[in-house]
Ligand binder design. Structure first.
Ligand code: PNS
Length: 165
């Protein structure tokens, strides 16, 4: 039997409760869900790719069909490599739309076999992004509502470390 496989790509720098919501809601719709962290040579993030993967793995440990990887190069090539024909992306607000339209249109041009499906963020997560969480975490704000406990600890450690440098 052919397995249904989908990919959730992103920077995940770091994973938030908004990402986890999309992963949980899509995981039972496919046999395998592959969460893929972009290895971006040009952009260095707050966390290394390995740190991000470790945080994602801990966040999805309760979902047995979810696998976590990193990828470099084109996303559609990665999809081909693992035999996935669906990309899942979360959509928070109208402001996400133009960026997502560009991504999806380019991916479709590059490989028409791969389809992108969008899932609306749950209302309580519609304003959360990794960058907004990092922005407020730098100033010691309470971020426990927005990220899992282990991510909160990692963020606080990261910002305490850079404040002491
Ligand atoms: O979480 P992000 O940063 O919005 O995710 C963006 C991501 C990783 C999905 C996108 O940058 C991507 O797929 N990059 C890989 C290169 C690629 O395939 N580009 C073609 C689409 S423009």
């Amino acid at each position: 039997m052919v397995k249904t496989k989908a990919v959730i790509p992103g920077s995940f720098d770091p994973i938030t409760n908004g990402h986890i919501d999309i992963i949980e809601r899509s995981s039972d719709r496919f046999d395998e869900l592959h969460v893929c962290v972009l290895r971006n040579m040009k952009k260095s993030g707050t966390f290394t790719v390995e740190e991000r993967i470790a945080m994602i793995k801990e966040s999805v440990a309760h979902l047995p069909n979810v696998h976590v990887h990193s990828f470099g190069g084109l996303l559609v090539d990665f999809c081909d490599k693992i035999g996935a024909t669906t990309i899942i992306r979360g959509l928070r607000a109208v402001s996400d739309f133009e960026y997502e339209l560009r991504l999806t249109s380019m991916n479709k041009k590059l490989n028409s076999r791969v389809e992108t499906l969008y899932m609306m963020s749950s209302t309580e997560y519609s304003f959360i992004s990794s960058s907004v969480v990092k922005e407020v975490a730098q100033y010691d704000a309470d971020i426990s509502e927005f990220v899992p406990k282990h991510v909160e600890k990692a963020l606080l450690a990261k910002f305490n470390q850079s404040n002491n440098e």
